[in-house]
Ligand binder design. Structure first.
Ligand code: PLP
Length: 227
């Protein structure tokens, strides 16, 4: 199957999942996770209509996206993988959004580099909802404390939360994880007034439709598009 066909099918599945629960499909942004493909395939995906790309490693993203394969106002690049503080400067420079902020010190480093760049950077806090030891992310119980501190950093825009569900055969089993992330998101929205608090990044190839039914605004889909 061609990439353009894959992309059209994913977009159609996003629309149908949204409609099932009475959501407007326009609220949902597809982040095409291009980590397994090179710049040529990224360009092909862009020509096929994909506008937001996700990468999980800074060096790979630099190799593929500098210079950008699209004009800066036509596309976006999101970091979805774990970020170490020593790469915060390069990440602040390259990405339009970081989904994987999971540490106050990292947020401070990003904020400082954004100040130097004169840039406001949208971020999400990654939450380890499932409690799996192998997963990065803040524990749900650490959320409020970190949020209050990170919300003070003037060059970061807190847009919401992100999680990675455990890999399971039946996507339906991920529903409670997504529901819990949404509950955490809504609790914070009520307690802290945050201008741009609007995004839930959840759902991958295996489970993006369930995530949309549970309120995802950003779905991170790799294999269904690029394999
Ligand atoms: C690789 C990756 C994805 C995409 O996974 P697929 O199963 O290929 O859709 C989404 N989110 C993160 C954090 C990833 O590392």
């Amino acid at each position: 199957m061609t990439l353009a066909t894959n992309l059209a099918q994913v977009q159609e599945r996003i629309e149908r999942a949204a409609q099932r629960v009475g959501r407007n499909p326009a609220e949902i942004t597809l982040v095409g996770v291009s980590k397994t493909v090179g710049r040529e395939v990224v360009e092909e995906a862009y020509r096929a209509g994909l506008r937001v790309f996700g990468e999980n490693r800074v060096p790979d993203a630099e190799e593929k996206f500098s210079p950008l394969p699209y004009s800066p106002d036509q596309g976006q690049l999101h970091l979805i993988g774990h970020l170490q503080s020593n790469k915060a400067k390069r990440a602040a420079n390259l990405f339009d959004m970081i989904h994987s902020v999971d540490d106050y010190k990292l947020a401070v480093a990003l904020d400082r580099h954004c100040a130097e760049l004169g840039k406001k950077l949208p971020i999400l806090l990654q939450i380890n909802v499932s409690g799996e030891l192998s997963k990065e992310g803040l524990e749900p119980s650490q959320l409020t404390e970190n949020l209050e501190k990170i919300a003070q950093l003037p060059n970061l825009e807190l847009h919401g939360l992100m999680t990675i569900a455990p890999f399971v055969q039946n996507a339906e089993e991920t529903r409670p994880i997504f529901r819990q992330l949404r509950r955490l998101f809504e609790n914070q929205a009520n307690s802290v007034k945050m201008y741009k608090w609007r995004d839930l990044s959840m759902g991958m190839t295996n489970d993006f439709e369930v995530a949309i039914e549970e309120g995802a605004t950003l779905v991170r889909v790799g294999r269904a598009i690029f394999q």
